[in-house]
Write a protein that binds this ligand. Structure first.
Ligand code: GLN
Length: 197
């Protein structure tokens, strides 16, 4: 699995800030990997339930073990498949309070320049994407509309220089409003949050 990075703490904190007063939030975490996001939310919110998907069965094995060790396996359902695909027949239309994801966002050129420790030892499927780096963000923005309730939030981690492009994708959508960009601990625009109308 991808080793969780400090910038993802900002993503988790942003979601907690938005949902901390709502009990029984339903959340979708796409590309859960080690389960770091799903597990942190399951532990820190008031009786939440998280649907966590990943295309890699190996990653899901690690995520399930982590959830069990940390005592939140009853609050998370892990499902294997591509983004929202394993959720299609679960009757979740308009019922989700938050869609969250740290999807792959490293463009092909950037991938070639990554340090050996990352390139040779971490899963490519968790990192590498298209030329522009935001093809997963596009698909998640489109797909999230079906699942989110009115007032629900979409929270996405983005790479260096991608925040404005991803924010524009939500702002160009009439179903989203109040898009915000948050900086990570290193001062880089890292999280895009938007609200479904
Ligand atoms: N932040 C990670 C890195 O720099 C990338 C994570 C991702 O693609 N979601 O390696």
């Amino acid at each position: 699995v991808l080793i969780p990075r400090p910038e993802t703490e900002t993503l988790v904190e942003t979601v907690i800030e938005h949902l901390k007063d709502s009990p029984q939030s339903k959340i979708i975490d796409l590309g859960t990997g080690s389960g770091a996001i799903a597990i942190s939310l399951a532990k820190n919110l008031r009786s939440p339930f998280v649907f966590a998907t990943d295309i890699s069965p190996d990653a899901l094995r690690v995520a399930k073990e982590n959830a069990k060790t940390l005592g939140v396996d009853e609050r998370i359902e892990f499902l294997c498949g591509d983004l929202f695909e394993p959720l299609d027949n679960k009757n979740l239309k308009g019922s989700i309070n938050c869609v969250v994801s740290n999807p792959p966002y490293v463009s092909k050129d950037e991938f070639d320049r990554l340090p050996k420790e990352v390139k040779d030892y971490e899963p490519i499927v968790a990192l590498k994407t298209d030329e522009e780096g935001i093809s997963f963000h596009r698909r998640i923005i489109e797909g999230s509309l079906y699942f989110l309730k009115k007032g629900g939030i979409l929270a996405l981690e983005v790479g260096l220089g991608q925040a404005n492009k991803v924010a524009d994708l939500t702002q160009n959508h009439t179903d989203f409003q109040s898009t915000e960009i948050k900086k990570d601990l290193g001062g880089i625009d890292r999280i895009v949050v938007s609200h479904k109308i």
